[in-house]
Write a protein that binds this ligand. Structure first.
Ligand code: V47
Ligand code: SF4
Length: 359
């Protein structure tokens, strides 16, 4: 039988945890022991540094051909509140972000039925031309697969053109839970878990760094979460292309998926982040995405194995359409203070985790 003591011995010996170990951690309510172990593992990788960046989100459109049950963001093209931003609006926001100190623009959106692939290439080219200092982190694996289908090209061809146009890296969205039975329940129209992994493998092969998320707190079990992390750990062993793992706490309002929950518990959030740190031994960074977690849990997470808080964000829609109670943005000063009060060293990073400034 796996006990916390045997897991602790494994972690201290640098031995990889098994799925049974991770499940034993999920079954335990000894949150402080799990957290302490995760904090120890994090300290060995990242010292006292806690990373954040100055960034801006832009969601080109909320029109999406998919209807994922957990999503409160997507609209049909006919909906009253459907929107699609014009190229110059998006470029204007990117330029404005540079003026506010941003080093990254984070671009993700719905799968629009009519916009051609050329629109997205032009978007990247225009941002690169008008805001050349910005790193463009854009398009989930789900969007990349969609671009390949609408332009009758391979994922490799699509990636090559996006990189040529200015794509710098890929965000981690669309992973949800990579287990097929869960996807059938929450996002049956979305690409399969295997395809998501394949697109990331191809992106890594094309020289891009990518991120990985996990949407939790809906219909999945602990075993599904652990399987999800195993699949990511296996791909990371092969490519080394993932930068960070980001568990996304599901926000339950306004989506078709009606479950008897008001959202994840603080205990589950902290446990999930700590277990991710311990299980994903080949990931350098674990991010507490404050937008979904709330500032307070994100801050406490810094004592549970987390070393990254995402960024200033600005104008977040996906979580807020689903009822997220956090602000739309945090200032640099507020992020720094939040990290300092937790006894850590705030480090502003760029998208690729190069340190820019320590505070
Ligand atoms: O793929 C959708 C999730 C993702 C909800 O890579 C929801 O640095 C919670 O991936 N409640 C998009 N989550 C956001 C994302 C992301 C965010 C921040 C940083 C990075 C990064 C990536 O949001 C979607 C989906 O998994 N999502 N609806 C919801 N109601
Ligand atoms: Fe569309 Fe993404 Fe929402 Fe699914 S999660 S409905 S693919 S916007």
């Amino acid at each position: 039988m796996t006990t916390l003591a045997t897991i602790k011995a494994k972690v201290h010996a640098g031995e990889r945890l098994s799925e049974a170990d991770a499940l034993a951690l999920y079954a335990s309510n000894d949150l402080l022991t799990i957290g302490e172990l995760a904090a120890w593992a994090n300290e060995r990788k990242n010292g006292a540094n806690v990373y954040f960046n100055v960034n801006r989100h832009i969601n080109p459109t909320n029109v999406c051909v998919n209807r994922c049950a957990f999503c409160a963001f997507s609209r049909t093209a006919e909906a009253d509140d459907a929107y699609t931003l014009a190229l110059d609006q998006m470029v204007g926001r990117a330029v404005e972000a540079v003026g506010q100190g941003a080093t990254e623009v984070h671009l993700v959106g719905g799968l629009h039925p009519d916009l051609p692939f050329a629109f997205y290439l032009e978007l990247l080219q225009d941002i690169r031309k008008n805001a050349p200092s910005l790193h463009i982190k854009a398009f989930t694996a789900v969007e990349i697969d969609y671009f390949a289908r609408i332009s009758s090209q391979t994922v490799e061809q699509v990636l090559a053109q996006l990189i040529e146009a200015g794509l710098g890296s890929m965000p981690g969205g669309g992973a949800e839970i990579l287990v097929e039975e869960v996807r059938q329940k929450i996002c049956p129209e979305k690409i399969s878990g295997q395809r998501w992994l394949e697109v990331h493998r191809l992106a890594h092969g094309a020289g891009l760094k990518t991120n990985a998320t996990m949407l939790y707190g809906h219909v999945e079990t602990a075993a599904d979460r652990v399987r999800h992390m195993t699949l990511l750990r296996e791909l990371q062993d092969r490519t080394g292309g993932f930068q960070v793992f980001i568990p996304l706490a599901w926000q339950p309002e306004n989506s078709p998926l009606k479950l008897d929950t008001k959202g994840t518990s603080g205990l589950d959030d902290l446990k999930t982040l700590a277990i991710a740190r311990l299980f994903l031994d080949n990931f350098q960074h674990i991010k507490a995405y404050w937008i979904m977690l709330g500032e307070k849990i994100a801050q406490v997470a810094l004592a549970f194995g987390v070393d990254d808080l995402d960024g200033t964000v600005v104008e977040e829609k996906i979580g807020h359409d689903a009822g997220a109670a956090t602000p739309q943005s945090l200032t640099l000063e507020r992020l720094i203070r939040l990290i300092r009060v937790a006894g850590k060293t705030p480090v502003e990073r760029d998208t690729l985790y190069n340190p820019l400034r320590s505070f």
